[in-house]
Design a protein around this ligand. Sequence first.
Ligand code: CAA
Ligand code: NAD
Length: 307
Amino acid sequence: IRKAGFSTSARQLKDINSVTVIGAGLMGSGIVQVAAQSNYKVTMVDTTDAALKNGQSIIAKSIKRVAKKKFGEENTAEQQAFIDKALSNITVTTDAPSAVGATDLVVEAIVENIDVKQALFKALDQAAPADAIFASNTSSLPITAIADATSAERQKRFAGLHFFNPVPAMKLVEIVRTEGLQDEVYDALATFAKNTGKTPVECKDTPGFIVNRLLVPYMMEAFRILDRGDAKAKDIDVAMKLGAGMPMGPLELADFVGLDTMKFIIDGWAKEGKIEEALVTPSKTLNNLVEQGQLGRKSGKGVYDYS
Ligand code: CAA
Ligand code: NAD
């Protein structure tokens, strides 16, 4: 029995031990970090060395903040030992099939596109052990549709495992229970989430699950206020921070999430046709920004300029 870094609960070794995270972007790097901090062996996978470097640099910055907070500003030796231990749990590769060869859990955090996700899982299904658990961190796509690309047996071990941005700071994980999901898989994922210091909540495989079903329509309406010229960006954000107690305004948050991801979510929902039309009405402002490559904080410019 080992102690998880962030929680006092003990973890059985026969549970999930080795984790493979596919995607080294905003979310993937965060999931790698919290798992590594909690003593899991983690492999971080992306398609290029540059993308892996980007993930490693996000982790390097974030883990320093976590270590400072955990041990106090003065205790630099303890901070460094914590950082070294966590980083020693991480390996990186661009070879996804070989990375999952002996893994217990695959967490996918790649681009929000069903075809790309299905192609990835189809390939991984062949390469991973039969009892490995597959999970997607998708914000908006049906888990059942992604899992369709895998065998019937794998589909019983396939769930949504939805973390929130920034992963090291946000305490929630939504676990999406598909119809055929085995209880032991749900339990293993809930244990994994708790061991990484998060609180799991359960939900069905419905558009946006819980958080995004409520949050994304609200953020989109902020873009439509901009489209209509009813208020300026800064005023919308100040209004929601000071008037509704939000830690970030809706447009600031959209920049933080990534405007490409926002557009993938809303266009996907419109296509699926399961959410009221008014809620998925596209925004000109959002579409124009994405077209210009202004994707938010991660690209240096979005609704606001971060350069
Ligand atoms: N890495 C590690 N720790 C971090 C961090 C990071 N990247 N970002 C913030 N933190 C920690 C800080 O160490 C700090 O901890 P303490 O308060 O305990 O000292 C805490 O988080 C707060 O950070 P700051 O004081 O620096 O800044 P802040 O008070 O402005 O908070 C924030 C930053 C936590 C990001 C806050 O602004 C916030 O909660 N924003 C909203 C985030 C949100 O709504 N996320 C969900 C997006 S939607 C989504 O993720 C789903 C989807 O599918 C699209
Ligand atoms: P991102 O753009 O920051 O990173 C995506 C990464 O995936 C990139 O590094 C890219 O190179 C990599 N990638 C793309 N195709 C790949 C493939 N076939 N194999 C391996 N790597 C591949 O995106 P993100 O914000 O980290 O989002 C990732 C997923 O998490 C999406 O499904 C998104 O909807 C979801 N999500 C995002 C947020 C958020 O706030 N940004 C929050 C929760 C969930």
